[in-house]
Write a protein that binds this ligand. Sequence first.
Ligand code: HEC
Ligand code: HEC
Length: 393
Amino acid sequence: MRTPLLYALFALALPASAQADPLSDLGRALFFDTSLSINGTQSCASCHQPANGFASDMAFPEGAIAGRHGRRKPPSLAYQAISPPLHHVVEEDGILFVGGNMADGRATGAGSGDPAAEQALMPMLNPDEMALPRAACAAARACASRGAAMEAVEPGVCALPVDAAAACDPATPEADDGVGTEAAVALLGRALAAFEASPEVMPFSSRYDAYRNGQGGLTGDERAGLALFDGKAKCSACHVLTAGPDRRGPVLTDFTYDNLGVPPNAPAGEKASADRGLAATLEADPLYAAGAAAVEGAVKVPTLRNVWTGQPRAYMHNGWFSSLEGVVRFYNTRDVWPRCDADRVTEAQALAARCWPAPGVAATMNRDELGNLKLTESEEAQIVAFLKTLTDR
Ligand code: HEC
Ligand code: HEC
């Protein structure tokens, strides 16, 4: 029964952080809004599925336009909204890049200070994803479908000088592109970023959180897996287990970049080629261009929260892996097993033949923290058991 009283009681029962926030509520509505794709077929949730930890159940899903798809796997977007703007830190053994959104950090947040807000416009305008011809089209579509919620957050924001049909027609001349729609476009980014940072997307509610907070136990194998994760297997060097001072728990990434030597992958029928990762982003920046060669093939460390949601899915930036067991075996034996003979093999074929394909980018591959961990098979299984405690409830 949907009575106002029931809603009032529900709101009282929620902690303050989970109470209605108009900006993140708008972001939630936009996240599920298919009118933000050119033909109304796709929303953010099509590729970032809430039931799959806000990742996708497949490696290369089709975009709004049939037959089009990108060359990276839709990652989990959960816990990414707190990634700081892309910046560098000088360390003893070199320069470390931290922050940004996307596998290659190209949503740097340099202009706005908010990588997530900057990122949110990119899928709408990507021809392989939601395929809108220009940002003014996104503003016009959002004002048509969510005008009241947009105006409630920022009065006057939807008084646009463009009409949706013209703004969304690729044939409209670029000259009068978007003047007067900037505020609405910026609001879309801020609202989606607010939703991504909301308790619905970052609940910190896994069994591991409960265990850390002294509110639940882990099995013997899960605890052994945690000890390995934080010790012999070195996982926590990148998938950190420390919570920031203002955070409710660890996000299982330090938002740095690394090249693990993952085999190249591509959609069926296409040639697999190496992913340049962060190098392509740095190269485009005069300040950082000189640092690009050292990070060729390095991609952002993903969160490991919700890597398991009840079924295996595609893992790593290009989805070459299809099981957590395969991922852990790779960390353990990448430099121990011989090269596979065949050029292009699947994870299942490699595991059966006990070989690994050549890395996408060999020169910059991390050889210090992975490749020959000397884990037994039962230790590998314990690490997988621990990974499965990171699922939010
Ligand atoms: C057709 C599938 C598809 C749709 C639709 C889509 N995305 Fe994505 N998303 C991807 C892929 C693929 C990547 C990885 C791209 C990359 O790293 O270059 C990604 C990356 C991201 C990231 C970066 C996460 C990180 O680790 O830095 C965020 C955040 C995100 N998407 C949010 C959104 C939002 C918000 C929408 C809707 C406006 C959306 N996505 C729509 C496929 C999709
Ligand atoms: C040197 C840093 C580093 C270490 C150490 C490390 N990882 Fe990773 N991890 C990464 C990076 C970077 C990626 C993404 C690589 C890619 O997509 O090519 C990743 C990806 C993953 C993924 C895939 C997540 C997804 O959503 O696709 C899993 C699972 C994972 N790591 C588990 C582990 C485990 C378990 C260990 C310890 C055995 C470990 N990692 C050690 C950096 C690291």
